[in-house]
Design a protein. Sequence first.
Length: 356
Amino acid sequence: MIYNTAPLRVIGLILLALFAGSGCGQRRQTSEGGGANGTASPLGERRVIRIGYQKAGAIDVLRLRGDLERRLAPLGVAVEYINFAAGPQTLEALAVGSVDFSSMGDAPLIFAQAANVPLVYVANLPPGDGASRAILVAPGSEIRTVADLRGKRVGIQKGTGTHNFLVQALDKANVPYSAIQPQYLAPADGRVAFEGGTIDAWAIWDPYLAAAEQDMKARVIVNGSGIVSAGGFYVSTRPFAVNHPDWIRITLAEIEKASIWSREHPHEAAVLLAPTMGVSVDKLEAIQKRTRQGKRFIGYRPVDAELMRTQQQVADNFHRIGLLPKKVDVSVGLLTPEQYAALLPTETQVAETAKK
């Protein structure tokens, strides 16, 4: 059984740096703004915000629309987008300083905190109804319920929000985590293993979930409805958040604008995303519709005490089953109220952004 209880290791960061240097696994898109080349201040400082994104998310829509580049260009700030398969890969890039801002599920930040990586919670990514993550089995599988996963090989990207979902789904079915054989696989490797039959089930999220349903007729045995989760988070390094709150404030306002547009134009958003996704427009439109948020919070919401209590509960669950070797205090990743006030857009600023 593959069962590694160690936290994120420094060697993982070194390997990530080597991996990034090879040009594999990440896709960079840079947009320059200001000055002769858009990146240098009079002191020679490179003025750029490097943003990690996952496919089909709000940041991906923002990237494709190009709104953030237009907003930051008058400030002489360039935007560089870097694609990652999942939150753990993103947080490693944040840890080594090759990304400044990104979004991820609830769990990656907890694992980063367990490894003493100095990341901060910038804002919350409101949770959907849970339908965007699920445990899949092959169409002809004899597995019908979560209880049937005892002794089975279950593919999962370790330390993701979907990992949190898997842990809770097993709990609800009275299946100890130690009763399954977790196979820790990045999404691309998980797809290969699932398609090849070397895993019996796969816990995965959109758009990989939608692609597996479309291409392999994979069957959902349970989705993420009803799990304990604060949703995802927008994150940054502490120095970047403290030193460039204005850049983050503009970015969050543009994320809100892109998210509202996606909610109100699901077909157009699907058409925009489809060329790089390998998923049909109708399937992507279904993803857009099932991940739309409520009216009060759409693209982001402020981090508050209730959210952090929920995040602490998720951290405690990972420690309880032995995936974290020590308890994690999630509050160490918070900024001060004054710092949050500097980087969060006001409702007026969001409304003004929506008009541009």
